[in-house]
Design a protein around this ligand. Structure first.
Ligand code: EPS
Length: 362
């Protein structure tokens, strides 16, 4: 009912609030024998963290993972893996003005109506701080997928406001704080973000994730379709307002003769489907992208109401991201990796002994 949990054979439960003592997760269903240590979590948590450039929130958390269970002699034991990260840089006074009102476009209003109580400090449970634990959990999934299945999940920022990449190189993506695939445009992005920050406004973004090496067969008809579960997982990331699989909404204007991915003995002739046919992976790269809305916590005053329903003006101060999309690439990768590992295990459980009858083409 309370939905702090997702996944079937690989499941993740997260807990904690942005300004509570700690956030954490329990990852259950990871097969035994995977080497896992605290250092494994460092790179991806650093990629997601705030305060690593002037273009993100300046809250600086150490994001040090404590592994509380599920590991013996450096390997997973098959039992629940509990991970904990202590919050060390919460500044709750920034939220004093929000005790009595709601930020427009924020979860403040809906949480209040649903629960009748809300932790306004840092947005409480609705804070993007929670995504830290998704990324931590997915470190396990990414490692297992890479080692056991040869699957690599990686993403990049595919649009920032109106700016789109004018070139593409995976090598460029990790070389700038935006996860942008074309290094020559980074000064343009920096200028756009500086202007936005000065104006106290925010902007939306698009992130694309591609999973390579996924074999044919992952995903389940009818209600466990791989694309449906990816969409749900990606849509569940804070600020996400749209998900596309493959060509997504561009498919609307395409003809069947153009959209269909023809099969040849050398492989598929194209990948409009995003690597998923009938809810099951085809063996092509799985391609998804997400639309993130502009952050709701901005300095420009906006109209709202207070708890009594009276009109008020809200201005958000404190440490916020002018574009949450900048930090969303590792989070989107995480959700894709967690869904893929869950489906890999589900496929292995039901169909692991189905013999291949036709050569694989992709
Ligand atoms: C967030 C607001 C800011 C961000 C936070 C997400 O927190 P605070 O107001 O407490 O400084 O820094 O992001 C993180 C702490 C994080 O680790 O991602 C929000 O409103 O969602």
């Amino acid at each position: 009912m309370s939905s702090n949990h997702f996944g079937k054979l690989l499941s993740v439960t997260t807990f904690g609030e942005s300004h509570g003592p700690a956030i954490g997760c329990v990852v259950d269903g990871c097969p035994p024998g995977l080497e896992l240590a605290g250092d494994d979590f460092v790179p991806d948590l650093a990629r997601r963290a705030s305060g690593r450039s002037r273009h993100t929130s300046q809250r600086r958390e150490s994001d040090q993972v404590e592994i509380l269970s599920g590991i013996y002699q450096g390997r997973t034991t098959g039992t629940p893996i509990a991970l904990l990260i202590r919050n060390t840089d919460a500044r709750s006074r920034d939220y004093d003005d929000l005790l009595d009102t709601f930020r427009p476009a924020h979860a403040d209003y809906t949480y209040w109506h649903k629960y009748g109580i809300r932790d306004p400090r840092g947005g409480g449970r609705s804070s993007a701080r929670e995504t830290t634990m998704r990324v931590a959990a997915a470190v396990i999934a990414k490692k297992w997928l890479a080692q056991r299945c040869g699957v690599r999940v990686r993403g990049y920022l595919a649009q920032l406001g109106e700016i789109t990449p004018q070139g593409f190189a995976w090598d460029a993506v990790e070389g700038n704080p935006f996860f942008w695939p074309h290094a020559a445009q980074v000064p343009q992005l920096e200028a756009a973000m500086d202007a936005l920050r000065k104006a106290g406004d925010s902007v939306g973004a698009r992130v694309e994730v591609i999973a390579e090496g996924v074999p044919p067969g992952w995903g389940e008809p009818i209600y466990g379709k791989l694309d449906a579960e990816l969409a749900a997982a990606l849509m569940g990331i804070n600020a996400v307002k749209g998900v596309e699989i493959g060509d997504g909404f561009a498919s609307v204007a395409q003809h069947g003769s153009q959209h269909r991915d023809e099969l040849t003995p050398q492989g598929f002739a194209s990948n409009h489907a995003g690597g998923i046919l009938g809810g099951i992976s085809s063996g092509q790269p799985v391609r998804c992208s997400i639309a993130l809305k502009p952050t709701s916590s901005i300095r420009i005053p906006g109209r709202s109401v207070n708890l009594r329903g009276e009109p008020v003006e809200v201005t958000t101060t404190g440490r916020h991201d002018p574009c949450v999309g900048i930090r969303a690439t590792p989070i989107a990768e995480a959700m894709v990796a967690l869904v893929l590992m869950d489906h890999a295990l589900r496929h292995r459980a039901q169909c692991g002994d189905v013999p291949p009858q036709t050569p694989r083409i992709a």
